[in-house]
Design a protein around this ligand. Structure first.
Ligand SMILES: Nc1ncnc2c1ncn2[C@@H]1O[C@H](COP(=O)(O)OP(=O)(O)OP(=O)(O)O)[C@@H](O)[C@H]1O
Ligand SMILES: O=P(O)(O)OC[C@H]1O[C@H](OP(=O)(O)OP(=O)(O)O)[C@H](O)[C@@H]1O
Length: 216
């Protein structure tokens, strides 16, 4: 018998938003999947040919790009940062809405003119997207890679500016920062391993269609 298809889903905030989408597709995971306290990482579903794995957001892209999972759900921020050629992102799932922005302390913003920048030092989880964004307008970006709590960097002197995800703006506000540029609008997408799309087309193509219909 063929191995089940594996869909990689990010733990954390997207997980909750994924459940209704999966339900619309007809995929109901075993109860432990939605239990953040569970230490299990791989889960059965009501569909015998489909299992789910729960991994960190950035690792969803890695599992799917390498074919360890055939499909995944991940933010367009992560897809852009990795730019894996093995990934196909056919469906915008209309969940995980936020934006990737440049921010800096309010007092710096008051006297700053982004048009005058030639070199910027930026703390971010997204060095590739950040460098590409600034390079496109001739600004050299020196990035300090962090995995979280970017908002601490300006006040502690690690880097005067950050590139991070913003949704309500509360995290920036509570850390004395203001948004000065939006780099990209972000939503989560269904991603598919390109090779699996061909070699397991009879299972993968109808599943992609089901996701498309579920969010139409
Ligand atoms: N404030 C937000 N509002 C909406 N969606 C968000 C927000 N922050 C992040 N996201 C989306 O959720 C995904 C996961 O977010 P994030 O990387 O912050 O989670 P995390 O739990 O900190 O991940 P990890 O623990 O793996 O670092 C992001 O890639 C993005 O697409
Ligand atoms: O504009 P807001 O609504 O305040 O959201 C923005 C925050 O959300 C994300 O972090 P998350 O909560 O995922 O935690 P993290 O620090 O673990 O990445 C992001 O990195 C910001 O810190």
């Amino acid at each position: 018998m063929q191995e089940p298809l594996i869909i990689a889903v990010p733990k954390g905030r997207i997980l909750e938003e994924c459940l209704p989408v999966l339900a619309h597709v007809g995929i109901i995971p075993e109860p432990a999947f939605a239990d953040e306290g569970s230490r299990a990482l791989r889960f059965r579903t009501n569909t015998p040919g489909i299992d789910l794995i729960r991994v960190r957001a950035f690792d969803v892209a890695t599992f799917v790009a390498h074919g360890a999972a055939q499909l995944g759900i991940v933010g367009s921020d992560v897809i852009a940062e990795f730019a894996y050629s093995e990934l196909y992102a056919p469906v915008d799932l209309d969940i995980g809405h936020c934006r990737l922005s440049v921010a800096e302390p309010a007092d710096l913003a008051a006297r700053d003119d982004p048009r005058g920048w030639s070199h910027v030092r930026i703390a971010t989880k997204y060095p590739h997207v950040t460098q590409a964004h600034f390079e496109a307008r001739g600004v050299q970006a020196e990035c300090v890679k962090l995995n979280g709590a970017m908002e601490l960097a300006p006040v502690l002197g690690l880097a005067p500016r950050i590139v991070d995800l913003v949704s309500s703006g509360r995290t920036l506000k509570e850390n004395g920062l203001v948004e000065v540029e939006v780099i990209a609008q972000v939503t989560s997408r269904l991603i598919v391993n390109r090779a699996a799309f061909k070699t397991r087309a009879t299972e993968v193509v109808p599943l992609v269609d089901a996701f498309r219909k579920a969010v139409a």
